[in-house]
Ligand binder design. Structure first.
Ligand code: NAD
Length: 494
């Protein structure tokens, strides 16, 4: 990071921060990006507010048509944008491309939504009256996103927010600015082609300074925040101080339960995929593996063999044979090392993995740990790296209680062939998470579906059946089409 002075003649008008986009595969600088100053942020908000007057006047299906064109433009750039995600974030290429595809899919969903956004009419108990519930757009929606989904998180929010009639102001992660810029350029070309103002979908590059400005700004009618529980809580409080609306999609600490009658041939690949995929940097990554005592040894043994097979396939995320890319940053690497140090101190056993690769970049081995108690503070914290704690349970009841005992409530999964246990798991005494899966892992199944978690994960719902309601305000309207007013009988009003 460096700072330079913006001058006009001899006068300093602003101090600008320049951040470096670092390639996680080799630690080298890809590009430098100038962050927005607070006065440039002001300009962005004013443009978003001004653009709203044009945008919200378009009928919903016309807005849907623009979002359809954005989806098409993303389709054309699927491969290039997917590669940029891999280069800058570090996820493997099929995942980089898959992420853009998720944005495309949500555009398709939003186009359909633009022709089905509905209100309701209710009968009134008064004669000659009708009650209407009408949904109106909010205005400017702010989106703050995390580094691990540098493109799709913005897509999930913006496609729906836009068809609802809002303009969107985005601040991506300061460590993935190139993806934010490239995505916005694709959208701005569509807006220009349709003679629409760029303020309909604007980008303000920046770090916590811009994030804080958004949180406290009453002109941002809804702030959608995706990131850690720690920062999310600060953002939530800040937005609440001004009685604003927020949508929080925060950290997870996801457990996968293997019951004694689970199909272990399904379990092993599922756990592998969900715990090592994206090098453990998905919000829905499996971090706790809760094994019934009768299958504990076998599952652990088979997983160790599976992990051994993927170790040689850690490498450059842009190469075809690679299954596991690097951690995203030096900070992530430091947290992985610190957590492992703490695990050893607490008497944990590293069953497999546990090493930092002696190569340039931020590569680490995916790791399985045993010997740490289920209620140890390490197990209750999300370490955003591929570390999996194996835990033992004596019964399904105990397993569910272990699943629910952590403060986060994002994703969860049960592998069993027993129908009674499935219904217990998905019912009131089951998983307390927002995502409750059966015979499919904690991660991956959410694609194209509904995100959102409970407890410290924030309670937000970014996608799914009625997510659009969060981007709108409901007006409850009573229309009197009679010639009578209540309480007016017998009184002369002149
Ligand atoms: P982070 O909390 O460090 O940063 C997220 C965003 O917040 C970034 O854009 C950052 O610049 C911004 N920010 C930092 N300080 C701020 C402040 N004071 N006010 C406003 N904004 C501020 O998270 P990260 O490391 O980028 O991402 C990883 C985390 O995100 C993990 O905890 C992961 O589980 C979570 N995540 C959750 C979901 C979900 O859907 N629930 C999806 C992806 C990631």
């Amino acid at each position: 990071m460096r700072i330079f002075k913006k001058t006009s003649g001899s006068q300093v008008v602003a101090y600008c921060i320049v951040v470096q986009s670092i390639c996680p595969s080799n630690g080298k600088v890809i590009a430098e990006v100038t962050q927005a100053t607070v006065s440039e942020y002001e300009e962005c908000v004013k443009n978003s507010e001004a653009a709203w007057y044009t945008w919200t006047d378009l009928p919903e299906p016309r807005r849907g048509e623009i979002v359809r064109q954005i989806g098409d433009a993303l389709r054309k750039n699927l491969s290039a944008l997917g590669k940029l995600i891999s280069l800058e974030m570090g996820k493997i290429l099929p995942e980089g491309i898959g992420e853009v595809q998720e944005y495309v899919d949500i555009c398709d969903y939003a186009v359909g939504l633009s022709r089905s956004l509905s209100g309701s009419i209710f009968p009134s108990e008064r004669p000659g009256h009708v009650l209407i519930e009408k949904w109106n757009p909010l205005g400017v929606i702010g989106v703050i996103s995390a580094f691990n989904f540098p493109n799709a998180v913005y897509g999930w929010n913006s496609a729906i927010a836009m068809v609802c009639g809002n303009t969107v102001l985005w601040k991506g992660s300061e460590t993935t600015p190139l993806v934010s810029v490239a995505t916005t350029k694709i959208i701005s070309e569509v807006l220009e082609r349709n003679n629409l103002p760029g303020g309909v979908a604007s980008l303000c590059c920046g770090g916590s300074d811009i994030g804080k400005a958004m949180a406290s700004d009453p002109r941002i009618k809804l702030l959608s925040f995706t990131g850690s529980c720690e920062i999310g809580q600060q953002v939530g409080v800040e937005v609440q101080k001004r009685f604003g609306k927020h949508l929080l999609e925060l950290g997870g600490n996801n457990a996968l339960i293997v019951d004694e009658d689970a199909d272990l041939d399904m379990v092993v690949p599922a756990v592998l995929f969900a715990s090592v995929g994206t090098a453990g940097q998905r919000c829905t990554t499996t971090r706790r593996l809760i094994l019934h005592k009768n299958v504990y040894d076998e599952v652990l043994q088979r997983l160790k063999l599976a992990y051994a097979q993927v170790m040689p396939r850690i490498g450059d995320p842009l190469e075809e044979n690679t299954l596991i890319g690097p951690l995203h940053s030096e900070t992530s690497l430091r947290k992985y090392k610190e957590t492992l140090k703490q695990i050893t101190k607490e008497g944990g056993i590293v069953e497999v993995g546990g090493k930092v690769l002696d190569v340039p970049g931020y590569f680490v081995e995916p790791t399985i740990v045993t010997g740490i108690a289920h209620n140890n503070s390490l197990v209750h914290k999300e370490c955003f790296a591929p570390i999996l704690y194996a835990l033992k349970a004596n019964s399904i009841e105990e397993a569910i209680s272990l699943n629910n005992e952590v403060p986060q409530g994002l994703s969860s999964s049960l592998f069993t062939q027993n129908i009674s246990k499935i219904f217990r798991w998905i019912g009131p005494k089951g998983s307390d998470c927002g995502i409750v899966n059966v015979n499919i892992p904690t991660s991956g199944a959410e694609i194209g579906g509904a995100f959102g978690g409970e407890k410290q994960t924030g309670g937000g719902r970014e996608s799914g059946s009625d997510a659009w309601k969060q981007y709108m305000r409901r007006s409850t309207i009573t229309i009197n089409y009679s010639k009578q007013l209540p309480l007016s009988q017998g009184i002369k009003f002149g």
